[in-house]
Write a protein that binds this ligand. Structure first.
Ligand code: F6R
Length: 242
């Protein structure tokens, strides 16, 4: 695991954008794994600037979202399919049909999860997976005690994660209890994993994922097993490291 500590969030975003840009210059049809939440938004903004300023072309990119809330209707502003359409596909000039997100509205959710896994497999696999980390150490929505071998499936959010994410909704009661998420085993198959964390509220999770034992109680610690994992931190998020 490569850990890079940078002065601020803008530098973290630029470093992540550098990794995406290097990949796309070499492979314009690369497959990206896409996180939502607040951590990747500055990266998507930086990539949009590079598209405009440096002619970086995203038209052939394909993407897979990490996770989705169960039960939010299509087009709901906080549905992750809609967030990725608005924050990623549109600013980067990508046909939203090239971005696939686990389906949280399917009548048969387990079947939809299996179809999603198959679609990643059929794409040739994720070249670069962007990740944030929850304050409880989740990646995707793999909450503490998730199986380290898990595949895309339904999960229940912890109350801590629901409270953390209430800022995106009108209030805590609006935050769904259930999600569909890529599993830890799914995430580990990406060829390069780039995790971003900024702010002191992530310091404990960052300590646990980088320096703690490999343990399901901190799902992000599974990245210790990954052969090409890059962890980009600002100084506040790195403040718990030895
Ligand atoms: C979102 C996701 C989550 C977030 C995590 C951190 O697709 O998979 O694991 O990355 O909850 O969220 P932020 O970045 O909002 O602190």
């Amino acid at each position: 695991m490569e850990v890079v500590i940078l002065p601020d969030q803008d530098k973290v975003a630029a470093a992540a954008a550098d990794a995406v840009e290097a990949l796309l210059r070499a492979a314009p049809d690369a497959v990206l794994g896409l996180a939502t939440g607040s951590s990747p938004l500055p990266v998507y903004g930086e990539l949009a600037r590079r598209r405009a300023g440096q002619g970086l072309d995203f038209a052939r990119v394909r993407g897979f979202g990490l996770d989705e809330y169960v039960g939010l209707p299509a087009g709901h502003p906080q549905s992750y399919a809609e967030v990725l359409r608005r924050e990623f596909a549109v600013p980067l000039g990508i046909d939203p049909g090239r971005i696939r997100v686990p389906d949280g509205t399917a009548a048969d959710l387990p079947a939809a999860c299996r179809d999603f896994e198959q679609a990643i497999h059929d794409s040739g696999g994720v070249d670069l997976q962007l990740l944030g980390v929850g304050t409880d150490g989740h990646i995707g929505f793999n909450e503490p005690a998730s199986s380290l071998m898990s595949r895309t499936r339904i999960k229940t959010l912890t109350e801590q994660t629901r409270r953390d994410n209430a800022r995106f909704f009108a209030g805590l009661p609006e935050v769904p209890h259930h999600v569909v998420t890529q599993g830890l085993g799914t995430i580990l198959e990406a060829r390069h994993v780039v995790l971003l964390a900024t702010g002191a509220q992530k310091a404990q999770a960052v300590h646990d994922l980088v320096e703690g034992p490999l343990a399901a109680i901190c799902p992000a610690s599974v990245l210790q097993l990954h052969p090409h994992a890059t962890v980009l931190l600002d100084e506040a998020a790195a403040s718990g490291l030895a």
